[in-house]
Design a protein around this ligand. Structure first.
Ligand code: ATP
Length: 332
């Protein structure tokens, strides 16, 4: 292997920069040339390449976002678009590619391995933690800490005014972020797409809580919650806003809604995100050198390894019911 290209694709996640740094510096350590690709798969098609040196990744380990920029690229979903990308990589002498991104990006990695001679591997990076075969995706820990910080602040004001607060967090179709931060933040109720609930159960719990002397009620709701659990008609897709109105209507209690939005994607990566990103980046290069391809680097049972891309994207992680039940018990 002579030349490795690196790109980041899909939604950005804190920790992408330490992963880029680790891939580039490990490859350079083994005397492999490194090419940075700007704007994800779009950059492959448009040949937006530049040579990377050790210094190209200096002073980025602490930065959120991605210095390689990211993009969603419809053209790469077409065979014609991908052929342009393969041709550009061949012309540049690139024989291996590391893609740092989420579920969609890994589908792209699979296509590259199926359709070309280029060895492509994926590093899971998405705050949603919605991939199979890995306990962890880069960015999740930072996002959880950001959400937790918001919950703590909202808790202060909720207690002072004896209010109910609905906090909507990201995660696409996955309830992982809501579940984990709900547990860590002591939410009274956690609403996720994977677990059935009726709005009546939520309002009953809120009323019971206040009757028992609770000073506030915090409801964590994942952005992926939708009908039949919550009717989103007229709420522009926001289950948090819909739930807030419903609680007000059914309980008469003062209820505020906070949609955390994109602030969950930013920020300096935590120690955990930096450590795992660094280890995954180095592992990707090690496995490419050993001749592996069509794999995703993973983190399972406290160790860094790999799995087939097909296994990572086939089925989404299920919610951990033990954690859900524990959270219910602790917040009663
Ligand atoms: P996040 O989880 O943060 O949204 P992601 O990697 O899942 O990140 P997507 O927008 O789903 O983000 O995918 C990123 C890019 O991967 C797409 O814009 C497209 O270029 C490429 N891609 C996705 N699916 C495929 C596919 N089936 N075949 C080829 N390329 C794909």
């Amino acid at each position: 292997m002579n030349k490795i290209a690196i790109l980041t694709s899909g939604g950005d996640a804190p920790g992408m920069n330490p992963a880029i740094r680790a891939v580039a510096r490990t490859a350079i350590f083994y005397n492999i040339e490194v090419v940075g690709v700007r704007y994800g798969f779009k950059g492959l098609i448009e040949k937006d390449f530049f040579d990377m040196k050790r210094s190209s990744v200096a002073d980025i380990i602490q930065k959120g976002g991605t210095v390689l920029f990211s993009a969603r690229c419809e053209e790469f979903r077409t065979r014609e678009g991908r052929e342009k990308a393969y041709q550009n990589m061949r012309e540049e002498g690139i024989d291996a590619l590391v893609v740092i991104g989420g579920d969609g990006s890994l589908h792209g990695v699979q296509k590259i391995n199926q359709e070309s001679e280029i060895s492509a591997v994926g590093i899971p990076a998405t705050i949603d933690n919605d991939l199979s075969c890995t306990d962890y995706t880069i960015g999740v820990d930072t996002a959880m800490n950001t959400i937790l910080d918001a919950i703590n602040k909202i808790r202060d004001t909720a207690t002072s005014h004896e209010r109910t607060f609905v906090i909507e967090c990201m995660g696409r179709d996955s309830g992982y972020l809501a579940l984990m931060t709900g547990l860590a933040g002591g939410a009274e109720f956690i609403l996720v797409p994977e677990i059935d609930f009726t709005p009546q159960e939520v309002t009953n719990r809120i009323v019971q809580g206040f009757n028992k002397g609770k000073l506030h009620s915090l409801i964590l709701i994942a952005e992926g919650v939708k009908a039949p659990f919550v009717d989103l008609t007229g709420y522009n897709g926001s289950p948090g806003l819909a739930m807030g109105d419903l609680i007000r209507e059914k309980t008469g209690m003062e209820t505020r809604v906070t949609i955390l939005g994109h602030l969950q994607r930013g920020g300096s990566p935590t120690a955990i995100d930096r450590i795992i990103a660094s280890r995954m980046g180095a592992k990707a290069v090690d496995l490419l050198i050993e001749g592996h391809r069509d794999i995703m680097i993973n983190y399972k049972d406290n160790s860094i390894g790999s799995c087939k891309i097909a296994d990572a994207i086939v089925e989404k992680q299920q919610i951990d019911m033990d954690i859900y039940n524990l959270s219910s018990i602790l917040s009663m």
